[in-house]
Design a protein around this ligand. Structure first.
Ligand SMILES: Nc1ncnc2c1ncn2[C@@H]1O[C@H](COP(=O)(O)OP(=O)(O)OP(=O)(O)O)[C@@H](O)[C@H]1O
Ligand SMILES: [Mg+2]
Length: 290
């Protein structure tokens, strides 16, 4: 990201300026502009459509999530970012009126196949939410829960090792090692979010999905999570939804711009923010609407 680039955070700009255009005024490109593929894809999605009853929320979206990369998903509120993210670990299954079509594969396996074990899938494709949501259990139990139900530890010592290692990788161990038996809900917001990340990585996922993981956190806690995301990409594929242009620019290697259910443009993060190929992307990142 070049320093010369000025980015406008739509959350801030929404308060500081009158939008010059409405979302509905714009013309959508017929297909996604840019390369939807990753060099070493962990997940591939092709021609994905999502409906909530008769509302068409995601329209013919195709995108790869690659190994050791962070893909940022940006776009105006209601454009379908969370809906698309939830397709990747079948979280939309929990919404009765939601119907997903298209092809989504994890390491070549069709995740919507009837043979797919959804509990296992959600371990392989973990999710971190906007609001930290630790279980009402101890710090230790929050992290031990997944490895225990998936039978990842042979004995207590191995389970303790997994818990320590996960907390360490989530950058939380030093702050909590003397109080692992205390409730996870007693931690600060930023610590709770790192606990949720530790819980996610404890089950050895391939992919980590993050839906606005810092929006409830202060700038210092946000910076810690961003550093963590940068480290985690060495071992995982990460897709992050964010409303912050700066965050997308800081943490991601590729950025995907969604608009009214369409994936309008995808490309290297530097290119998207310095030289977007569509007017829609440019209008969004310069704060013309949000
Ligand atoms: N459970 C649901 N039932 C019905 N419609 C839904 C549901 N969830 C989302 N939608 C609709 O689908 C569209 C996409 O919503 P989604 O939450 O994916 O957007 P988003 O890009 O994540 O927005 P935000 O930035 O505000 O979180 C919206 O029109 C929304 O109203
Ligand atoms: Mg959302």
């Amino acid at each position: 990201m070049s320093e010369a680039t000025t980015l406008t955070d739509p959350i801030i700009s929404a308060h500081s300026r009158v939008p010059e255009m409405s979302i509905a005024d714009v013309e959508l490109p017929k297909e996604t502009v840019g390369d939807i593929t990753a060099d070493h894809p962990t997940m591939t999605t092709r021609n994905v459509d999502v409906f909530y009853a008769d509302k068409h929320a995601i329209i013919d979206v195709s995108l790869d999530i690659g190994r050791n990369e962070v893909v940022a998903m940006i776009g105006p509120s209601g454009c379908g970012k969370s809906t698309f993210l939830r397709c990747l670990n079948r979280m939309n299954d929990t919404i009765d009126i939601c119907r997903v079509t298209g092809d989504i594969k994890l390491e070549g396996d069709d995740i919507y196949s009837k043979d797919m074990d959804v509990v296992l899938l959600r371990a392989r494709v973990g999710m971190v939410f906007q609001k930290p949501n630790p279980f009402p259990k101890s710090i230790f139990e929050n992290v031990a829960y997944g490895p225990r139900i998936h039978g990842l530890a042979r004995d207590k010592t191995e389970l303790e090792e997994i818990v320590h290692q996960s907390l360490e990788r989530a950058g939380l161990l030093n702050e909590v090692k003397d109080r692992l038996d205390q409730p996870g809900t007693g931690l600060s917001g930023g610590q709770q979010q790192r606990l949720c990340i530790a819980r996610t990585i404890a089950v050895n996922p391939d992919v980590i999905l993050m839906d606005e993981p810092c929006s409830a956190l202060d700038p210092i806690a946000t910076a810690r999570i961003e550093d963590l995301i940068d480290e985690l990409k060495q071992n995982y594929s990460i897709a992050i939804v964010t409303h912050s242009m700066q965050q997308a620019a800081r943490v991601s290697q590729r950025t995907a711009y969604f608009h009214l259910g369409h994936l309008v443009e995808v490309g290297a993060t530097d290119q998207i923010f310095t030289n977007p190929r569509t007017k829609l992307t440019e209008d969004y990142i310069t704060g013309r609407f949000g």
